[in-house]
Ligand binder design. Structure first.
Ligand code: NAG
Length: 430
């Protein structure tokens, strides 16, 4: 049992190649079929089995090198135990599906999970049967949830039945399906400074769009275990005026109804605040189907950095303060460096430094100050630098002060003293 699983997994690894046939290519993905409480007899435990998903006819760009791609060849002997989904990708198209074509060659990890899906008014076990497929490629922000619908097959002609799912297989041993609905996002995670307007990307496609069919979009936010509905709206392609929008808790958010009917359910948040940070869930419901996408929003506000004194006269002890103001998130690091005129490399200061505690402002941002007490031993001309790193900064920020030489009059005093000494010796020598 276990060894056969291993062989299967290895085979699937080989299967994941790109395949080409006349202007369009086939993509073979290794997926996991997740079922509730099947086998094992453990009630609600989830069972996972390897499955394969073949997308037929993914469109290939004209500049594509086609030698690498071979068409998908089904197993010569149909295997009723193999779970092999086959789907045409022409209508609706999967946006950016060419990412999947090259995922293997670019060593990107494709996450693919398949589970049963029950449409709103499903009448039990009758056909067609639906499956929900979630595909993610993290590195390139590819993410889509799609609903597959099984295609009708003649059951009689000694066709095989898939042993696990009890569904009729095609002549080549595949479960023939169509994509009927999909929700996708091209930008899975966004980070923004405060007070900007930001678009959270979410789109959908369906096999057929009916003018009077209601399209409902809901956006929810999840942050630190708490959820809130940000906005929900519904519209009909043929009746944009009749659209309804309901805001909850967060105003200043919008979804454009004219874009929604074209398949763009993206939400704009105006004047982003710290409390907008979190995970957003975009749910689109059309007819019998609904699917979701998850998008992360991060607030990163760079600090404003300033230093208290511009010039530090060399007197007894002096304290220099470096202020790091109104940043988010909390992870700011402050460091003091010293570069004396005789040094080539600055040294990191560790003594005589004290940090204030973090202050949080009403807008959720933080401030922090660091104080350095300049010891009297520091040579004039030494440059003292406050160095701040923060996730919102591309490069660390630094501000510096220079320890001044002793005041000019003391030079005159030293010079005068020298002249008198020289004159004195001159007299004595004579
Ligand atoms: C939705 O529209 C916005 C604004 O035109 C665009 O930036 C975004 O890429 C679109 N998203 C989808 C999924 O079509």
């Amino acid at each position: 049992m276990e060894s056969s699983m291993v062989i299967e997994v290895i085979l699937f690894g080989f299967f994941m190649t790109c395949a080409y046939a006349g202007g369009a290519a086939d993509v073979v993905l290794s997926c996991t079929l997740v079922e509730e409480g099947v086998g094992m007899g453990e009630g609600s435990a989830l069972s996972r089995s390897p499955a394969t998903l073949v997308f037929r006819d993914i469109e290939v760009g004209p500049d594509e090198s086609l030698e690498m791609l071979t068409p998908f060849i089904p197993p010569s002997v149909p295997d009723p135990d193999a779970i092999l989904f086959e789907s045409k990708v022409s209508s609706p198209e999967i946006p950016n599906a060419d990412v999947l074509l090259h995922a293997d060659c670019n060593e990107l990890e494709v996450m693919c999970e398949i589970s049963r899906y029950s449409p709103q008014d499903s009448r039990g076990d009758s056909e067609p049967v639906y499956f929900m497929v979630s595909i993610h490629v993290k590195e390139v922000d590819f993410s889509t949830s799609l609903i597959l619908q099984t295609l009708p097959l003649e059951r009689d002609q000694s066709t095989l039945t898939q042993s696990r799912l009890g569904l009729p297989l095609s002549q080549t041993g595949t479960l023939l399906t169509d994509i009927v609905f999909l929700v996708f996002s091209n930008v899975k995670s966004v980070s923004t400074p405060l007070r900007e307007d930001i678009l959270l990307d979410c789109g959908f496609k369906q096999q057929e769009s009916l003018p009077m069919e209601e399209v409902a979009v809901e956006w929810r936010q999840q942050y630190k275990g708490k959820g809130r509905r940000v906005l929900s709206m519904s519209t009909r392609p043929a009746d944009l005026e009749g659209s309804t929008v309901e805001h909850n808790q967060r105003g200043d958010s919008s979804v454009d109804a004219t874009r929604v009917v074209e398949g763009n359910a993206s939400m704009t948040l105006s004047k982003v605040k710290v409390m907008d940070e979190g995970t957003y869930i975009c749910t689109v419901k059309v007819g019998l189907f609904h699917a979701q996408q998850v998008i992360q929003l991060q607030v990163t506000q760079p600090p404003h950095v300033s230093i208290s004194n511009k010039l530090v006269p060399k007197k007894s002890t002096q304290t220099i303060s470096c202020h790091c103001v109104k940043y988010y998130p909390l992870d700011a690091e402050m460091e003091w460096l010293s570069l004396s005129p005789t040094d080539t490399e600055p040294t990191v200061l560790v003594d005589h430094i004290s940090l204030s505690s973090h202050r949080q402002h009403s807008d959720g941002t933080y401030s922090l100050s660091s104080h350095y007490t300049v010891p009297p031993s520091v040579a004039p001309g030494t440059k003292i630098t406050c160095h701040v790193s923060h996730p919102a900064l591309d490069a660390p920020l630094s501000v510096s002060v220079v320890v001044e030489s002793p005041k000019a009059e003391s030079y005159w005093w030293v010079l005068g003293f020298l002249i008198i000494t020289v004159l004195f010796f001159y007299q004595v020598m004579r």
